[in-house]
Design a protein around this ligand. Sequence first.
Ligand SMILES: Nc1ncnc2c1ncn2[C@@H]1O[C@H](COP(=O)(O)OP(=O)(O)OP(=O)(O)O)[C@@H](O)[C@H]1O
Length: 444
Amino acid sequence: MPPAASPVPPSAAAAAPAADDSSAANAVVVLGGRYELGAMLGRGASAKVYQARDLVNGGDVAIKSFPNPGSGGGGAIEREAAILRRLRHRHVVRLHEILGTRKKVHFVLDLASGGELFSLVDASGRMAEPLARRYFQQLISAVRYCHSRGVFHRDIKPENLLLDANGSLKVADFGLGTIISPNHSNPPQQQQHTLCGTPAYVAPEILAKQGYDPAKVDLWSCGVVLFVLAAGYLPFNDASLVNMYRKIYAGRFRCPPWFSRELRDLLRRILDPNPATRVSADGILSHPWFRGGASEGELADLMRDEDEEEEFKEEEDMMGREMTAFDILGFSPGSDLSGMFGAGPGRERVFVGEPAAKVMGRVEEVGRKAGFQVRKKEGKAGNGGGGGVVFVESGNGGVVAKVIVFRIAEEVSVVEVAKGHGDEAARFWKEWLEPAMKAPAAAL
Ligand SMILES: Nc1ncnc2c1ncn2[C@@H]1O[C@H](COP(=O)(O)OP(=O)(O)OP(=O)(O)O)[C@@H](O)[C@H]1O
């Protein structure tokens, strides 16, 4: 795993890489002493994207290069970086690292070497329903995950849906994305009214310049993508842009004769011009066309979030390193260690004088008592055993807290809490979780 992404460096302070991609036309260009630049894969309005070889592990990556905005005007790059750093999902292009040169800012990304999803359509420009279903399931799995992390893409369209070497979907280009706290009841005005997206994929409430729910807007675009995949043409189209907007606004579209009854029904529910009655992500999940005969277990597997076990392992390794310092310093149980080990913004770290299983049980208990949904994932028995992760989530799937419990010794655990965003999450930490962590330690 490459090192964690670092902040976008300001132009002057950036460590100079071995070369800048503009410095020589024919010479081998190695960025950051590590990534050997290859062919250009594509270009967008803001960046060029190249294939590159990671000289450390021999793997292939994509490098998205933006002109370095210097000290001003880097907001859009910063925002895209902040979004990508929050996301870790098998169907979302992952950001591994950011490199800065005098002239450029480079994102090192997962390579989507399979090209665009739309390269898979047949000669008539469409996909059979089972294949369209498979990719739509992957898309909804990614979009639902992003929403649960407070990220809204706002520009879901075919060009941003890529494939990896295994033919798996990867959602790319969060350049128009935004982060809104999942529990934020009143998103800021500017957020609500920003005109985003590509006309044919844009939801009617955006055209009407009404305030909008960004989750519903993303789902609308997913509905348009599904229609295009299965039909081979756009649901709302007209030579006149104004007429196209009228059709979108009225939700007026016709399904081709080859669509199954269930697919028509699902599309009617997604492409509902009224966002209040438009189907939610959960509604899509329980729709018969979406399920396509999958069992509960298969569906849960399809929709599972990031590889929690892998993430837990990584955090555990990180804690392992920190624990060496911790042992040397010899803190006593009950100390609040937040800050001391760089718990970071939105995170808390507490030392508890109790077995990990007991601490996890108490986190579960307070989560439920506070009225949230709780999911528990036990850690692997190795490395001393015990511990795991407890996810505390609100009804709409928003993260209230992710609590990782590490077993240090039989009666000693370290609890790391990644707080969700918004007042609800802050309150849960202050009023429920923090007291629940402190009480037994104080009793020691
Ligand atoms: N991770 C990747 N792997 C392979 N190809 C990629 C990757 N990311 C982007 N590309 C290719 O590069 C093109 C441009 O990338 P992207 O859309 O991210 O740039 P952009 O400047 O943000 O675009 P836009 O103009 O849509 O804002 C894509 O359409 C795609 O063909």
